[in-house]
Design a protein around this ligand. Structure first.
Ligand SMILES: [Zn+2]
Length: 336
């Protein structure tokens, strides 16, 4: 059955299509002479045998490629085009403005560039709904990061009517207690900025409890809630949607193996789940891959997928999603 897909958790810099990744790397002189595109790509796709430092090196390379407004705009446009091609009609794309600052580019320039890419995507596909989330970064409580994170919240408020739909807290969940960011979430509430929080991805169930207490309506991953039944119950009682990315969780070793991923247990408990790629370019996957894995390994039915998309559409921070919710509601009735 055809139904619109909703993907809420996709990182712009982790979503590089191969064609752009190779082109930028060649433009920047990073590809050794004589090396083919295929060889270069094979060395730069994440997999479950990669060490953490190799993974971090890959992220650093991707961020390094994205230090101009032109490239940020082009990448945002191309990623949204690919999402549309994959059947996604409601998309939220996230990135961290502070990861793209240099003497020629401010955080605000970076936001404007990504919004231009979004605007072009909407002009190409008017039936698509999409919004941009700005990520604060969990990089420790040094003054520069604190200021950049506060600035991220302020930018989200300033560009609320131009396609920025909220903020996120990303980065290293374990490095600094996520409670340290309560001040920024309070500012977001004051400014009317919606938010989701990476919590319980690499960190413990207690991080999920903190995220629930912030009442943002959504959590990035949240899979370690499965270690504590009380936290799973709290997700259900508080109507929190978990943005889950199975392959990403395996590759980044947040679960010991795919068979131990708690998505089925969470779903059976009644937790609302959104299915995402997280970093599709980096991991060499697409949304169909995730649906196939979740159907094959965890027995999700078509009805489960439609219901998951309906929950996700309702939890999206984007406006103008009524037609998508109606289409999913109709598909759910037809499927029942
Ligand atoms: Zn993420």
């Amino acid at each position: 059955m055809e139904y619109p897909k909703v993907e809420l958790h996709c990182h712009l810099d982790g979503a590089f299509p191969d064609r752009l990744f190779v082109r930028y790397c060649r433009e920047d002189g990073l590809v050794p002479a004589g090396m083919s595109d295929e060889e270069w790509l094979a060395d730069h796709v994440m997999n479950d045998t990669m060490t953490l430092s190799e993974c971090m090196g890959l992220f650093g390379l991707l961020t390094g490629l994205l230090q101009t407004g032109e490239r940020l705009e082009e990448l945002a446009y191309e990623v949204l085009m690919d999402m549309y091609e994959a059947g996604t009609r409601l998309a939220e794309l996230r990135f961290s403005p502070q990861s793209h600052i240099n003497p020629e580019l401010t955080m605000e320039d970076a936001v404007k560039a990504v919004l231009r890419g979004r605007q072009r995507a909407l002009e190409t596909h008017p039936d698509m709904v999409c919004g941009i989330l700005l990520c604060m970064m969990n990089l420790g409580q040094n003054l520069g990061t604190v200021l950049n994170n506060t600035k991220t919240v302020e930018l989200a408020a300033a560009y609320k009517d131009q396609g920025v739909v909220g903020i996120d807290l990303a980065g290293d969940e374990i490095a600094t207690p996520i409670e340290s960011y309560a001040e920024q979430f309070a500012l977001a509430r004051k400014l009317g900025v919606r938010y989701t929080i990476h919590a319980g991805e690499a960190g413990p169930a207690s991080n999920v409890s903190f995220a629930i207490s912030q009442n943002g309506g959504r959590i990035g991953h949240g899979i370690h809630a499965a270690e504590d039944d009380a936290v799973l119950d709290a997700l259900v009682q508080n109507n929190i949607l978990c943005e889950v990315s199975v392959t990403s969780n395996v590759y980044s070793r947040c679960v010991p193996s795919i068979t131990e991923h708690p998505i089925r247990r969470m779903w059976d408990k009644g937790v609302m789940i959104n299915i995402n790629t997280d970093d599709p370019g980096l991991m060499g996957i697409d949304l169909k891959h995730e649906y196939d894995v979740i159907a094959g390994m965890f027995g999700f039915t078509e009805r489960d997928f439609i219901l998951s998309n309906l929950y996700s559409a309702r939890a999206s921070f984007c406006e103008g999603k009524e037609d998508i919710i109606a289409a999913l509601t109709k598909a759910l009735h037809e499927c029942a």
